[in-house]
Design a protein around this ligand. Structure first.
Ligand code: SAJ
Length: 418
């Protein structure tokens, strides 16, 4: 099969590589010229285990190349849309998906299958199929086929999860779903469940909304625990011994490219709602302010002048052991601090442009706020760090410090016990 993947980002590039290494001929369309050049030289522009070796192999076998030229998609039987669907002023911007569909309409032959992998609001895939009908003069389910096959992979484990995760495939017509299922069987070893396109769209958005709402609930518990003198992490551990309870991990906020956005995509085409999902979003978006309040409390207790203080944020990535800062709550925290304190420093071992060393970042500092649960931050030598600081305030935004280090004024999200 000749496959065209549109959008070579975190999902598109690994997906293109998987199809190519499963025996298909793949061409990847990408608008960023520098990215295309890099990929064709055998180097991925994203960090993901195994990606460079796998990319080099499919290029050497001449099974894959990247291009900026839409005409290179001529003769393709299957189009896979992996472009971004960002939020602009809390509204989904579907222009990238629509542009991809317009490109496809220009090169598509009779019998083509179009799969949308991008996360989209319910109803979008059907709308895009109708747009393709209008543009091509052909009919979905007869002359061409459209399906939604949402991605479900976790950065850092993409190649494993692409193969072993189960997959939901929704067709605009039943035949579209069957054709897409056959296609994904080239490499998927997990279950493939077939449904209609709008259900598949909703399933994807419900999964991430479930996680977001559950994290908000954990954050609400953390806020209450702070007032009741309870260590929320201890309380959660105990509550989770119940066979039907699984409380998530509270923290400084929810970042990444999916969870902060998908609940809004889910709501975007609805006329009525109860408000739970939106409230959960507001709770999670407000968590950096809760961390800040803890810092201000500590400074007040120690009589530290905010305007002349130096604060060090540990971790800029949105979650532990990654270099990804998209929608990171740590960035929000930095923004909130800037202008209020004399100096905001950041240290993240995964991210260039932050301080070169931990020692450098904490020297003369008045407070440390832990914003990312990187492995490196879990067993730090607090005695040594404390000696370098001007004032020893430690705020744990990620629940990674169990026992407050000696000599520090310690506070943490959900730590009513200290
Ligand atoms: N977080 C918490 N508490 C938790 C879990 C996460 O505060 O209990 C925070 C993390 O620190 C991070 C954010 O939430 O800032 C999101 O991290 P994550 O690990 O929950 O998710 P992502 O965004 O890396 O990936 C999610 C996954 N979806 C689900 O687990 C339902 C992944 O499977 C999806 O493929 C991905 O979104 C996506 O692309 O949609």
């Amino acid at each position: 099969m000749k496959i065209g993947v549109i959008g070579l980002g975190y999902i598109g590039l690994p997906t293109a590589i998987m199809f190519a290494s499963s025996g298909h001929q793949v061409v990847g369309l990408e608008i960023r010229e520098d990215v295309v050049r890099k990929i064709n030289s055998g180097k991925a522009h994203i960090i993901e285990p195994e990606i460079n070796e796998r990319l080099k192999a499919v290029i050497a076998e001449e099974r894959f190349y990247a291009t900026t030229r839409p005409e290179d998609l001529r003769g393709v039987n299957v189009f896979i849309v992996c472009v971004q669907t960002p939020l602009v002023d809390d509204k989904p911007d579907l222009s990238y998906v629509e542009n991809a569909i317009r490109t496809i309409a220009e090169v598509m032959d009779r019998g083509a299958l179009v799969v949308i992998e991008s996360t989209v609001p319910p109803g979008t895939t059907v709308k895009m199929a109708r747009l393709l009908e209008t543009l091509s003069g052909m009919r979905e389910g007869i002359d061409f086929y459209v399906a939604h096959a949402p991605e479900r992979v976790m950065p850092g484990r993409i190649f494993r999860e692409l193969v072993y995760n189960s997959r939901i495939i929704g067709g605009v017509s039943h035949k579209s779903a069957i054709l897409a299922e056959r296609l994904y069987r080239s490499f998927v070893k997990g279950e493939i469940y077939i449904t209609d396109a709008t259900t598949a769209e909703m399933v994807k958005l419900m999964e991430n909304t479930f996680r977001d709402v559950n994290i908000a609930l954990a954050n609400e518990f953390a806020y209450l625990a702070q007032q009741y003198g309870v260590n929320v992490f201890e309380a959660i551990k105990l509550a989770n011994t119940h066979p039907r309870v699984n409380i998530h991990v509270p923290g400084i906020g929810v970042g990444g490219h999916c969870l902060p956005k998908d609940p809004y995509l889910l709501l975007s085409n609805a006329k009525k709602e109860f408000g739970l999902i939106r409230l959960a979003r507001r709770i999670n978006e407000g968590m950096p302010k809760i961390a800040l309040a803890l810092l201000f409390e500590a400074f007040e207790q120690l009589n530290i002048d905010l305007a002349t203080s130096i604060v060090t944020i540990l971790g800029l990535a949105y979650k532990g052991d990654t270099d990804d800062t998209r929608n990171s709550p740590a960035l929000k925290l930095r923004e909130l601090l800037e202008g209020k304190v004399l100096e905001v420093r950041t240290y993240d071992p995964y991210i260039r442009g932050t301080h070169n060393s931990l020692e450098d970042a904490v020297k003369g500092s008045d407070a440390i706020i832990i914003a990312t649960d990187h492995r490196e931050f879990k067993n730090l030598d607090w005695d040594k760090i404390g000696k370098l600081m001007r004032t020893k305030v430690l705020i744990d935004g990620r629940g990674i410090i169990d026992r407050p280090p000696r000599g520090f004024l310690f506070k943490g999200i959900g730590r009513g016990d200290v």
